[in-house]
Design a protein around this ligand. Structure first.
Ligand code: KIV
Ligand code: ZN
Length: 386
């Protein structure tokens, strides 16, 4: 089965979420958990961005031994030197150097011609390779770049020694079909592309980051970049836990692709990132949201009690969640209600269950979710009536 490499950028692009600022011990704690989770590469930060980030990246590179640790650098020699200082004692150090390739970025941000951008990219990859055994080169805003130009610059940076080519959808603009076609085009039009890893890096501005990443895999990407809980700039990055579970659950469709991720570490990783970044996971978020394995409607609860797969395509255990939950609310039915009473220690006659159920239904008109304490009150009242 083909192995899709997972490049985690929670500690770099994820930390770029407005309002998030991780200190050194927090970054290290997350890095250790990412190692347990089984990512192939972790981007520990942007060493030239601050002294604090430099120290965090260095500590992570010196501590994490089973994962390749990388750091971001602009196409600037001093950024690359700083990245090397931070990463040089790592087991498998990788430089991640980027330059924008779209007309809007080249004209307005870089104020460079396309030829100047090619020269700069080649110069920096060549320079990076004088120190680093692996150099990932990213074409920032690749998805809004001219494809012929993209193919030309990629060919040149591969010749200069790049070992990974990353094609980011920097502003989350593309759609799955379009993004996949870009990978297909590059695979077909760049000599030696087979000798490097081809990577996808998607943002979620239009809510398509995970779908776009999957489309990239279908069209030849061998590495996917993303973050835990999908945190990141603006609307965030591709959520790695969603991607990993989608590949696993739809192996029939995406076969033969798999990741090395330890899926039952997902919940623990998600909780840790949420706690340390202060970025709450929405209740309805796929895979890790509080509601992802909760059922409220009577029809669904009845189905799940008869056979979990009626309404659950992922088992909670697969992602490290203890169990599903049947939430007692106004849509709940008798089957789940009776089951709930048994769980909290009440084995009542059918008649008593009906009485309690009637009281419970009355209460749901004024309460969104009925708690165990509410149920105890109802049951105590019913039992004192006899
Ligand atoms: O989104 C992006 O283009 C990036 C690059 C720096 C890789 O994060
Ligand atoms: Zn990004």
């Amino acid at each position: 089965m083909a192995h899709v490499k997972i490049f985690d950028t929670t500690l770099r692009d994820g930390e770029q979420s407005p309002g998030v600022n991780l200190n050194r011990p927090e970054k290290l704690e997350i890095a250790k958990q990412l190692e347990r989770f089984g990512v192939d590469v972790m981007e520990a930060g942007f060493p030239a961005s601050s002294q604090g980030d430099f120290e965090s990246v260095r500590e992570i590179a010196n501590t994490i031994k089973n994962v390749s640790v990388t750091g971001l650098a602009r196409a600037v020699k001093s950024d690359i030197d700083t990245a090397w200082e931070a990463l040089k004692n790592g087991t498998d150090p990788r430089l991640h150097v980027f330059i924008a390739t779209s007309p809007i970025h080249m004209t307005h941000k870089l104020k460079k011609t396309p030829e100047e951008v090619i020269d700069k990219a080649v110069e920096m990859v060549t320079y990076g390779r004088t120190m680093f055994p692996k150099v990932e080169w990213s074409a920032e805003d690749a998805s809004r770049s001219d494809l012929e130009f993209l193919a030309r610059i990629i060919e040149k940076v591969i010749d200069a020694g790049a070992t990974v080519i990353n094609l980011p959808d920097t502003v989350g603009y593309t759609t799955p079909y379009e993004y996949g076609q870009m990978f297909k085009y590059i695979k077909q039009n760049v000599p030696n592309i087979e000798n490097v890893d081809l990577s996808a890096h998607c943002h979620d501005d239009l809510g398509m980051a995970v779908a776009n990443s999957i489309s990239a895999i279908e069209n030849g990407a061998t590495q996917i970049e993303g973050t835990i809980n999908g945190i990141g700039e603006r609307a965030g990055n591709a959520a790695l836990e969603e991607l990993a579970v989608a590949l696993k659950i739809r192996q029939d469709y995406y076969a033969p692709h798999e990741t090395r991720l330890v899926l039952n570490e997902i919940k623990r990783t998600s909780d840790l990132v949420s706690k340390l970044t202060g970025m709450q996971v929405p209740r309805n978020k796929a895979v890790v949201g509080q509601n992802a394995f909760a059922h409220e409607s009577g029809i669904h609860q009845d189905g799940v009690l008869k056979h979990a797969q009626t309404y659950e395509i992922i088992t909670p255990e697969m992602v490290g969640v203890k169990s599903n939950s049947l939430v007692m609310g106004k849509h709940s039915g008798k089957h789940a209600f009776k089951d709930k009473l048994k769980q909290i220690g009440y084995d009542l006659s059918d008649e008593k269950v009906m009485e309690a159920f009637t009281e419970f239904k009355k209460l749901t008109d004024s309460k969104k979710e009925v708690t165990d304490d509410d149920l105890f009150t109802i049951l105590t009242e019913i039992q004192t009536q006899t």
